[in-house]
Design a binder for this molecule. Sequence first.
Ligand SMILES: Nc1ncnc2c1ncn2[C@@H]1O[C@H](COP(=O)(O)OP(=O)(O)OP(=O)(O)O)[C@@H](O)[C@H]1O
Ligand SMILES: [Zn+2]
Length: 803
Amino acid sequence: MKIAEVIVDVSAYPVDRPFDYSIPETMEELIECGCRVKVPFGNRDILGFVVAIKNETEVPPDKLKPISVLLDIEPVLTGEMLELAKWMKRETISYEIDCLQAMLPSALRAKYEKMVILETDVKNLEEPLQPFFQHATKVDYKEFEKDGLLIPLKKALKMHLLSIENVVKQKGKIKEVRKVKIAADQNLLQMIYEGLSNRAKKQKQLVLWMQKHVGEIMEPEVIHEETTCSPQVLQAVIELGAAEYIFEEVYRNPFKKDVEKTDFLTLTAEQETALKDILDAMDKGSPETFLLHGVTGSGKTEVYLQAIQHCIQQGKEAIVLVPEISLTPQITNRFRSRFGEQVAVMHSGLSVGEKYDEWRKVHQQKVKVVVGARSAVFAPFENVGLIILDEEHESSYKQEDSPRYHARDVAIWRGKFHQCPVILGSATPSLESYARARKNVYKLLTLKERALKQPLPSVEIVDMREELKKGNRSMFSEKLADSIRDRLKKKEQIVLFLNRRGYSSFVLCRDCGTVMQCENCDISLTYHRYNEKLKCHYCGYEQPVPTNCPECGSEHIRYFGTGTQKVEEELTKLFPEARVLRMDVDTTKRKGAHEAILEDFGAEKADILLGTQMIAKGLDFPNITLVGVLSADTSLHLPDFRAAERTFQLLTQVSGRAGRAEKPGEVIIQSYTPEHYAIQFAKEQQYEPFYKKEMMMRHEAAYPPYYYIALIQVSHEDVMMSAEYAKRCADYLRSSLSFDASIIGPTTAGIVRLQNRYRYQCLIKYKIEPNLIPTFLQLMKIYRTEWIKKGIVLTIDLNPTMI
Ligand SMILES: Nc1ncnc2c1ncn2[C@@H]1O[C@H](COP(=O)(O)OP(=O)(O)OP(=O)(O)O)[C@@H](O)[C@H]1O
Ligand SMILES: [Zn+2]
């Protein structure tokens, strides 16, 4: 008898290990490692992944249960992925099941119909399969199941004569998906909530959750995933009127337009040198990591493109990672215009079905290149020849939820597995990567000049304190206003960058100084003009703007700070002739909106592009000659040791949008702390001096890259419980770790109360600590077996990107 080791889908189980199940005879020829199955666990059937197949087990025969259902006859995960999950689980202290799930598109977690598609001439099929495809090219998988033809089907799949497609719902040529639209009326939801009896606990929970997502449209799978409610519970709540089903058309081709082919550019000498080293590593099959440090506009992308070309010529595949925020059509089109149909794109803007389609192209080896955000690092290619992380310094490469992996680490692991090089590219590398490059752990490649030899833009810093003294209370300094006027006259384009969102950052009572706060979090609420409400950006809580101060009753309520909407208003007042496009979370909510705004700006349908972080990266428009940074300081004063680094990176990146073609660029940075070194070095646009200064600061404070850090966070609804268990946690760490590791805390977290939970944390700094992982695993075990029952939530984040 054959035995399967199965990782089961219960991530709250104290022991994280595979369980043995017997393989029923009917499945023996069909089952493989990487297939999903249903297995009995406790008193129900749950999902699991087969991670190994063996002949023996220590489980006594009367305890051994058989696999109930085989979900895939083609494995969804490769052997590489199963191995990677084992590594990730230890590296990030998470459940193996969470690692495995993170590698798959969410469509595989949803309900779908499986169809078998004919990929060849019917005659090439084995005889028993032929009748199915005499009159159809698409046949329901269930037919084969019913007729016991899974074995020949599997064979045909292996030979790529057939393929399997998962379909959400089909009607004619258009694919429709069913979505859930949550009621837009907060009061209605509240009434439904209050009307539910306390015994309907799950339904109450769901309605409570819906109150934070008023009016939103979501896929039911997303709701199930986020709330763990069953379809029955959702159905019941929909019947009560808290939400309704709507149908949306889904165009399964995520590319709206075809792109024209572009040719390879003749490389500059610097690009040539960099490329040569990369190609050498590819030819030698050497898993080297390169850090491609190139100033903005130096043509890093062209180097990637030519390296990918070489990779394809070698018959291998390439993975390109881009931060979600800059995964714009501009970027993806540059890859599509070179490699056409050989490119798949993966990002969060796609629907569940589209994501799945793209993933399947990769899984079935129909494409050679994947361009995507963080999770595309798991693209199931089997013959990877090159992995690229563009803008490698971006914090979005680190996943903030379990499994807390960094795409850079996963990329390097895969590079070793496939014996292929990894390129980390940036104009402003993270300190960690640059330090590694200086120690020759990574190989440093440098592009010092812009591709067309254009000079970097000139940068001027305006001291906003002086403006105030002069009596200028506007958001625009005289200098910036003059320059904007000048460009409008010359019909050149302007980018204005604001590191904020919403209309006003916060609302304050002028008499007593009370700032309107979220009910659930220790965070001030943000005013949103489009619905005239105050909103919490952390938990989604919303309330109307009070007419009187809740503390002192005063009517003197004032809006503070500047958001993009407010800037836009002032812009139209100052420059009524200017055509302004605003790009922030509010204007890009609708699918494709991002794309449309950039397209309009590219077609010069607007003079000014005003936006948040979204516009700092990747934009490559020749007519932009002025970049204005309205307030450089906002990211500088965050309580995080990377605040200066982030500010420097942001300012350098956004400055780099100016003067990329023939016309020279100008950058104006407004600041209330112009003397700060991050701002001064950004003015020089010199990475090296900034790096040296910042390394000194990190050295003094014993922070990365000199030390590693790990962050343990404990939270509970009761502040005393949270404090108590955080202390137990710190005590445990102190008793288990060596003297080389310093443990700071427990202290309260930056935001103490979030979503009604009080948060404490311990920070661990260490250089070499052999006991670290075993200690964490042990701590996790204590948590999972005991503390979790008391309502404690404990998370461990190794190398956190934000603290
Ligand atoms: N060898 C070359 N010859 C001519 N033009 C080039 C060459 N290399 C790049 N370019 C052009 O220079 C511009 C900047 O290149 P690219 O966007 O690749 O730079 P980058 O380093 O990725 O920039 P950033 O980091 O600012 O996004 C692009 O318009 C690109 O087409
Ligand atoms: Zn909140």
